[in-house]
Design a protein around this ligand. Structure first.
Ligand code: ZN
Ligand code: ZN
Ligand code: ZN
Ligand code: ZN
Length: 161
């Protein structure tokens, strides 16, 4: 894991108080009140739960997995460069890809077909239709390039996590 950063100011001037509970010194200074946040899910620590050591915010573990920097690095894989974890856009289940085959996976929980790279449903890559292919009214395999790998930030926003 890399150096923990404050979710607000993105600086590492933080103190880890207990377990997942951290405090940002620079934000606390500028806000003139103690700014505490959860190291795992990167959200402000609820003020009413100061007695507990673990985060009580909903979807903490799910957010933590999606925010992690671990990426699929296998150069042979069709999902190279993708985060290790994805959330299903349909049911928010945590998903992984075994690295083999095409980027599309089926969510075991809701049966949705998801492209692990771009998170669209039933993606076949970016189809570049050339003039020649248009004339023939058919696609040539070379005209399909892989879709863009999106990061999980957008996914989190869309799912309201
Ligand atoms: Zn801060
Ligand atoms: Zn948390
Ligand atoms: Zn699902
Ligand atoms: Zn795709």
């Amino acid at each position: 894991m890399n150096v923990p950063k404050c979710p607000i100011c993105q600086q590492s001037d933080i103190g880890i108080l207990d377990g997942q509970l951290a405090v940002c010194r620079s934000c606390s200074k500028s806000k003139r009140c103690v700014f505490q946040f959860c190291l795992a899910c990167q959200r402000e620590w609820p003020h009413n739960s100061s007695t507990t050591k673990s985060c009580t915010l909903p979807n903490c573990a799910l957010r933590a997995a999606l925010l992690s920097d671990t990426k699929i690095s296998d150069p042979q894989s069709s999902v190279r460069g993708c985060p290790y974890f994805r959330a299903c856009p349909g049911c928010k289940a945590l998903l992984t890809h075994n690295g083999r085959g095409c980027p599309n996976i089926v969510c075991p929980h809701c049966g949705r077909h998801i492209c692990f790279r771009c998170l669209r449903e039933r993606c076949f890559g970016e189809i570049n239709i050339g003039a020649f292919a248009l004339l023939r009214r058919s696609f040539i395999l070379d005209d399909v390039s892989p879709c863009r790998v999106v990061d999980n930030k957008q996914n989190l926003t869309v799912l309201g996590l």
